[in-house]
Write a protein that binds this ligand. Structure first.
Ligand SMILES: O=C(O)C(=O)C[C@]1(C(=O)O)C=C[C@@H](O)C=C1
Length: 283
C-alpha cells in the first residue's frame, strides 16, 4: 500500500502513521509530502492509495486545511483514525539558549497549542508559521542561528540534531491530535464487514428555515446516537450558509445509525457520506 502523509521526516503525523500501521499490521511505502493538501492530493491523483493527515487537536481545534479539503471534494472517504498525545518542546541549534531566542518557527497548530509558553516565556520572540513542525526544525538547523528556535516533538530534535531548550511546553498535558486515513472514492451506507466505531458525514441544511439544524440533531437524539463531533464550515456561497460535519458514534449498531442517516437524507438539502471506520487511541 502506498501511503502519502504530511512530512518531512520527524513530523507528528509520521509518528502517528507508524503507530497506526503497527497496530493494524499495515506494511506500505510511505511517501512524505510537505503540505497537508499535497498529501491528500497525491491520493486523489492515485499516486498513493491512501493519505494520512491531522484533522483535529484538543487545544488548537480543527486543522482547517484538512476540513476544507473534505468540504470541497465529494470523492473522498475516510477509512480509519488514530488519536495520539502531542508533546512539544522548543529546539535550537547547539549553543543556543532560551533567553537568546528571537525567532520561533512551527506549524500554526503547534504555535496555538503552546500559546501560554510563547506569551509567558518567549514574549520577546516573533512567531513564524511553517507547513509542519519538522519543516521548522529543518529551517532552524539549516540557518544555524542561535536566535532561532523550532517547536515540535522529540522526533524533530533527533532528526535535525537540535538541542532541547525546554521541558514540555504545550498548554496542558491532555493535548491530543486526531489523524485520519483518507482514500479516493465514494462511499455508501452498505453494512461494513469488520468492526467500526464511527460514521462521518457532511450535511447541508436549509439555512432559511427556522429549526432545520434542530430537526437534524433530533434525528440522532431520538435514536440515542451520540454525536462525537459537530463542526461547521462556510458553504462558500452566501454569508451565513454552512455545511455541518457530524461524527456519529456507531455503538448503538449499524441498523440504528443507517436508519438515522436515511431519515436525515429526507430533511437535509444534501448529505455526503465519508464512511464508517475504526477509531483507535494510543497513549
Ligand atoms: O507539523 C507536524 O508535525 C504535524 O504532524 C502537523 C500537526 C497538525 O497539523 O496538527 C500534527 C500534530 C500537532 O497537532 C501539530 C501539528
Amino acid at each position: 500500500m502506498r501511503i502519502s502523509y504530511l512530512g518531512p521526516q520527524g513530523t507528528f503525523t509520521e509518528e502517528a502513521l507508524q503507530r497506526y500501521c503497527a497496530i493494524h499490521g499495515i506494511e506500505g511505502k510511505r511517501q512524505p509530502i510537505s503540505t497537508i493538501d499535497g498529501a491528500i492530493e497525491a491520493c486523489m491523483l492515485d499516486e498513493a492509495d491512501v493519505a494520512f493527515v491531522p484533522v483535529e487537536n484538543s487545544l488548537g481545534g480543527s486543522v482547517l486545511t484538512t476540513m476544507d479539503y473534505l468540504t470541497e471534494h465529494d470523492d473522498v472517504a475516510l477509512c480509519g483514525e488514530i488519536t495520539m498525545p502531542i508533546r512539544h518542546y522548543a529546539w535550537g541549534i547547539p549553543g543556543s539558549e532560551l533567553a537568546g531566542i528571537r525567532q520561533v518557527y512551527s506549524h500554526p497548530q503547534a504555535l496555538r497549542q503552546c500559546k501560554r509558553f510563547l506569551t509567558d516565556r518567549l514574549a520577546q520572540a516573533d512567531c513564524h508559521e511553517t507547513a509542519s513542525t519538522s519543516e521548522a526544525g529543518r529551517w532552524v538547523a539549516d540557518k544555524g542561528d542561535t536566535a532561532m528556535a523550532a517547536i515540535g516533538g522529540l522526533a524533530l530534535g533527533q532528526t535535525y540534531g537540535l538541542k532541547r531548550l525546554t521541558d514540555e511546553i504545550q498548554d496542558n498535558t491532555l493535548n491530543v491530535t486526531r489523524f485520519i486515513m483518507v482514500r479516493h472514492g465514494a462511499t455508501s451506507l452498505t453494512k461494513p464487514e469488520g468492526e467500526v466505531h464511527k460514521l462521518s458525514l457532511l450535511c447541508e441544511l436549509d439555512g432559511l428555515r427556522p429549526g432545520s439544524l434542530y430537526e437534524g440533531l433530533a434525528i440522532f437524539a431520538k435514536r440515542g446516537i451520540n454525536l462525537v463531533r459537530i463542526e461547521s464550515r462556510p458553504s462558500k456561497g452566501r454569508l451565513g450558509e454552512y455545511k455541518f460535519f457530524f461524527d456519529l458514534d456507531m455503538s448503538t449498531g449499524y441498523d440504528n445509525v443507517s436508519a438515522a442517516v436515511e431519515e436525515l437524507r429526507q430533511t437535509a438539502t444534501a448529505v455526503q457520506l465519508f464512511g464508517m471506520y475504526q477509531s483507535i487511541a494510543v497513549e
